[in-house]
Design a protein around this ligand. Structure first.
Ligand code: 5AD
Ligand code: SF4
Length: 376
């Protein structure tokens, strides 16, 4: 009987895609996919650190495996990803859950096979601080007709609320030729209709390469690959969504007219405190540009309510921005302090009940707009 693996993935598409790398490593080692975690010999938790809720769910679900491990001590349990990339959380999981065999961070994932082999001689805890883009391990694609293609890792923006730059390191772009080759291979397989380019901040793609490669050039070169496929990408940052990129999206049939452009707030003082480096007016002018070139573009966004010191009036600026733009869909989050970030140390943290009311108010407005506009 072949050994079986099961992966539990939390968080964003980047993690979903990284789990495809873990899956490929497991299968290379001879494991096959289990239908459910109880049937697996190897269980992997690929964690997320973006908000406190995501981390607490991980602790709960990892803790729940204690009984299973007692019944079958040969089980291997591994915890990896953004949460355990933080030294303090990695130590906490290692100490609190003695039945967890492997605790590693995001940069250790390409070496996953090493940790599985090493576990025979004892529990493994290792967190690399930084890592280069891995081009050696393939992916086992698991998302139907959609193929995820990573174009860069990390983020240099340091939005003051965000843990990502601390757990994913500085921006590093893949060589354009490697991306194009991967997409050529994906297209040649013939079963993928959509290719989704992934990066924390896709608009800064290629700035770190020599010579630099503008994101708009990468998009054009991908569109030049022959085949019947559509291209989507996320996530865009308003400060970097330049005219040349908007132009390419508008002009290329292969690119979906579907733009996820997180605004986070509609108030300039809060945007400044968030270190977003654009204003409400600049954001609105980008939306105007997109709509002028592509009147039917689908535009979606993310918002954070209850950022430290956000007043009721400032929150109403977010409401009015949402009312003005009439997004096709939004995600609204209550601000969650992340240890180590600048905002978590700011005075004026907003009480939970206020955040809760604001998020409900924003979502109610969004629902009303959807009904009026006849959008989804
Ligand atoms: N608290 C709440 N929401 C956050 N996001 C990122 N960091 C935090 C945080 N500390 C949200 C942002 C981002 C989305 C992926 O998650 O809106 O765009
Ligand atoms: Fe976080 Fe800002 Fe980077 Fe997005 S751009 S990952 S919100 S720091």
């Amino acid at each position: 009987m072949p050994m079986k693996y099961y992966i539990v993935t939390y968080g964003c598409q980047m993690n979903v895609h990284e789990s495809e790398k873990i899956a490929a490593i497991c299968e290379k080692m001879g494991y096959t996919l289990a239908d459910k975690r109880e049937d697996a010999d190897l269980i992997v938790f690929n964690t997320c650190a973006i908000r406190e809720g995501a981390e607490e769910r991980v602790f709960g679900n990892v803790g729940a495996l204690k009984k299973m491990k007692k019944q079958k001590p040969s089980h291997i349990i591994a915890v990896c990803g953004c949460s355990t990339q933080k030294e303090s959380t990695a130590q906490y999981i290692y100490r609190t859950f003695p039945f967890v065999d492997i605790v590693i961070g995001t940069f250790n994932i390409p070496n996953f096979e090493h940790y599985i082999n090493a576990v025979k001689s004892g529990r493994q805890l290792e967190i690399f601080k930084e890592g280069d883009i891995d081009e050696t391990v393939p992916y086992k694609r698991t998302s139907g007709e959609n193929a995820w293609v990573n174009i860069m890792q990390g983020c240099n923006n340091f939005c003051t609320y965000c843990i990502v730059p601390y757990v994913r390191g500085r921006e590093k772009s893949r060589q354009e030729e490697n991306i194009l080759n991967e997409i050529r291979a994906v297209v040649a397989e013939g079963k993928y209709k959509k290719i989704t380019l992934l990066g924390q901040n896709v608009n800064s793609y290629g700035k770190d390469l020599t010579p630099a490669v503008p994101f708009s050039k990468l998009l054009k070169d991908i569109c030049a690959i022959e085949g019947d496929f559509k291209i989507w990408f996320m996530t865009s940052h308003p400060k970097d969504l330049t005219d040349d990129v908007i132009e390419v999206i508008a002009n290329e049939d292969k690119i979906l007219k579907d733009i996820h452009l997180p605004a986070q707030s509609g108030n300039n003082r809060i945007l400044n405190l968030m270190n977003r480096r654009y204003t409400r007016e600049k954001y609105l002018s980008i939306i105007d540009k997109i709509r002028e070139k592509m009147p039917n573009a689908r535009i979606t966004s993310d918002f954070i309510v209850g950022f430290p010191t956000e007043t009721e009036e400032e929150f109403q600026d977010t409401m009015s921005l949402v009312d003005k733009v009439k997004f096709d869909s939004i995600f609204a989050f209550m601000y969650s302090p992340r240890e180590g970030t600048v905002a978590s140390k700011m005075d004026g943290q907003v009480p939970e009940e206020v955040k809760n009311r604001r998020v409900n108010e924003l979502l109610a407005l969004e629902k009303k707009i959807q009904q009026q506009e006849g959008k989804r």
